[in-house]
Ligand binder design. Sequence first.
Ligand SMILES: Nc1ncnc2c1ncn2[C@@H]1O[C@H](COP(=O)(O)OP(=O)(O)OP(=O)(O)O)[C@@H](O)[C@H]1O
Ligand SMILES: Nc1ncnc2c1ncn2[C@@H]1O[C@H](COP(=O)(O)OP(=O)(O)OP(=O)(O)O)[C@@H](O)[C@H]1O
Ligand SMILES: [Mg+2]
Ligand SMILES: [Mg+2]
Lengths: 153, 153, 165, 165
Amino acid sequence: MTEQFKYNFRIIRENFNLTFKELFGGGYADLRLDGDDVLNAGIEIIVQPPGKKLQTLSLLSGGERGLAAIALIFAILKMKPTPFCVLDEIEAALDDANVNRFAEFLKDYSTRTQFIIITHRKGSMAAADTLYGVTMEEKGVSKVVSLKLEGGK
Amino acid sequence: MTEQFKYNFRIIRENFNLTFKELFGGGYADLRLDGDDVLNAGIEIIVQPPGKKLQTLSLLSGGERGLAAIALIFAILKMKPTPFCVLDEIEAALDDANVNRFAEFLKDYSTRTQFIIITHRKGSMAAADTLYGVTMEEKGVSKVVSLKLEGGK
Amino acid sequence: MYLKRIEVKGFKSFADKIELDFNGGITAIVGPNGSGKSNISDAIRWVLGEQSAKTLRGAKMEDVIFAGTETRKPLGCAEVSLTIDNSDGIVPIEYTEITVTRRLYRSGESEYLINNTPCRLRDIQEIFMDTGIGKDGYSLIGQGRVDEILSTRSEDRRNLFEEAA
Amino acid sequence: MYLKRIEVKGFKSFADKIELDFNGGITAIVGPNGSGKSNISDAIRWVLGEQSAKTLRGAKMEDVIFAGTETRKPLGCAEVSLTIDNSDGIVPIEYTEITVTRRLYRSGESEYLINNTPCRLRDIQEIFMDTGIGKDGYSLIGQGRVDEILSTRSEDRRNLFEEAA
Ligand SMILES: Nc1ncnc2c1ncn2[C@@H]1O[C@H](COP(=O)(O)OP(=O)(O)OP(=O)(O)O)[C@@H](O)[C@H]1O
Ligand SMILES: Nc1ncnc2c1ncn2[C@@H]1O[C@H](COP(=O)(O)OP(=O)(O)OP(=O)(O)O)[C@@H](O)[C@H]1O
Ligand SMILES: [Mg+2]
Ligand SMILES: [Mg+2]
């Protein structure tokens, strides 16, 4: 039980450093147990964007936090892919350049996990295979239409 | 003291209904004291987007909440303008159409209050008189450049 | 296992029945503020067995039933059906296609069905239990909640890791 | 009263001195994630007298001093100067232009100046006290915090109203 946890924890840790480097284009990320009691210790998150000094997580910018959170979520998904995943505007804090990195990432993982994403970012829409538009032509009543994607997808 | 509060509260309440209608293009908003003890009662927020039924605030969408929060802040500013106001990405949850409404609003209020806004939305940038770009050419070191606005501003 | 389609009627802003067909890759849902996008993700959570009205942004579970508009009456029932492809047999039920349905009436009565056969809520919850789906933070991430994985206390974060690991 | 300019050196990511001149209308600050935009708003808060390291996203106040990068050494001092136009006499000091300066050294020592004359922190805080500036929620709204005015408990929201009203 403890052995299983330690083993999986190490994998997520290694994954996190990789997903982080991929999304940030460098830098360093780690997970640490904040105590010796493996069964009860909390998990500390260490993040260092490329070129910057390692500092407390709270000093990161809104977009850096958003991208680091995405890296961690994908580190877990990499170890144990779920059949499907529903993500509601998780790239909200990212600038356009980072949204494109996120979209590329999503495409790689979509071979093992089916993604349903709610978004208003063009970069994320471009990564989609299917696009649905939700509107309220009649106030208060939602309607859904299938949208054709341009650029042959 | 109580009279002063009651008087100001009524003004903010009336302002809120107006700013809300202006930003949402209709609907209804109100503030209520949730008790008779004027000195200690909490303040309840009532919001009804145009055409929709009046429901609990929590059921609103992310963007509706963002726009309602902006309406309330401006209702307070309308009663008592501060000399300057620093807003950091407060329009993050708004879609492009709502960002444009927000930008128009900001322009109206900028005659009485100086605004410094941090944004990555084009609609908000278009409302600005002065634009500064912050970059990190050298990793970890911020640099600021003055950006020229197009379209004669 | 993957999602094939979802059908929603009477749930939140879906006064008229809507149906979305999913492909195996990436499906994006777009639209203006307040149009109903997050309501679709709420519908998925709800049909998977979510029991907390608060997680669905309501005060009580009855809040998920279409409440009417200025021009439409409220409805008396909310219904969501989720159809999954089970050709890989991940779900230990001998069907290659499984449809789970949940209904809630204003009276407070609930109905649960698997392939149109009445069952209990926990029968639906158990279908997804071993797949890792159903708990927030990792396979179902709500609007404004992605930052939580960084800001929760390190002890709470542990629960998320234990579920995955 | 309005802001004329801000000068920042050694504060957070501003290792090299930067200066922004403000006009009376709307000034927009743009740039990529992590470039330093919110750090400018932190600099404004700090020079106005913010004493909570947490509000400035740090663990301790020393965190606001430039900590160095992979290629640059940390600095020993953070300094921010904010110049305001007081031609309308809103601030009861007989200057038409007022510059407030705050410095923090790694030793923990602080310096505060008004028009280059040493003063106490509270002298700076008092300048802005009656203008309504300085408390979060209404004139200084931090990133990710605009929703708070709706989600705080109705009693906490009261404080915001009382400050304004
Ligand atoms: N039971 C209900 N009956 C009718 N309408 C409802 C009900 N529950 C929620 N709604 C409406 O659904 C709308 C919110 O929809 P939703 O959260 O899906 O929007 P969204 O498309 O995600 O928008 P955003 O881009 O702002 O996040 C609200 O306007 C709310 O009034
Ligand atoms: N004391 C310090 N020394 C050096 N760098 C610092 C210091 N404090 C914060 N930083 C850096 O400043 C960066 C954050 O800047 P800021 O929050 O202003 O970004 P931003 O432009 O607002 O980005 P976003 O668009 O993502 O919100 C972080 O990368 C952080 O490492
Ligand atoms: Mg939404
Ligand atoms: Mg920021």
